[in-house]
Design a protein around this ligand. Structure first.
Ligand SMILES: [Zn+2]
Ligand SMILES: [Zn+2]
Length: 113
């Protein structure tokens, strides 16, 4: 089963791509690649209803924003990378911080790896 990228419409397989959600608002978006978060956020994000995000492998460390380190509010944004059987999650204050993080290259760049 696959879903369409919220930005470019390409099919995204269940074991690939990125799921972005706002659990407090019960809405989400899907991306084939992290870079597509940036133009999507810039245009004013368009969400799908429902909190369709898998449980991350490791929910520890999700108490703060991955970009600025601030404590998360109930309206925070969660991004989960699907990579084969893995579900790798990061959390953000809002879409702006998610977009800034994506522009920097995401977790791998930010972690210095
Ligand atoms: Zn895309
Ligand atoms: Zn932040």
């Amino acid at each position: 089963m696959s879903v369409a990228c919220s930005w470019c419409g390409v099919a995204v397989a269940e074991d690939d791509g990125f799921r972005v959600s706002q659990p407090g608002e019960r809405r989400h978006a899907v991306f084939c690649r992290l870079e597509h978060v940036v133009p999507w956020a810039m245009q004013g994000p368009v969400w799908q209803p429902g909190a369709a995000v898998a449980d991350p492998d490791d929910a520890a460390g999700l108490g703060v924003c991955a970009l600025c380190g601030a404590g998360l509010e109930p309206d925070h944004v969660l991004v989960v990378r699907h990579r084969g059987p893995h579900r790798i999650a990061d959390a953000f204050c809002d879409v702006d911080h998610l977009s800034a993080w994506a522009r920097r290259g995401g977790r791998f760049r930010a972690a210095g790896a």
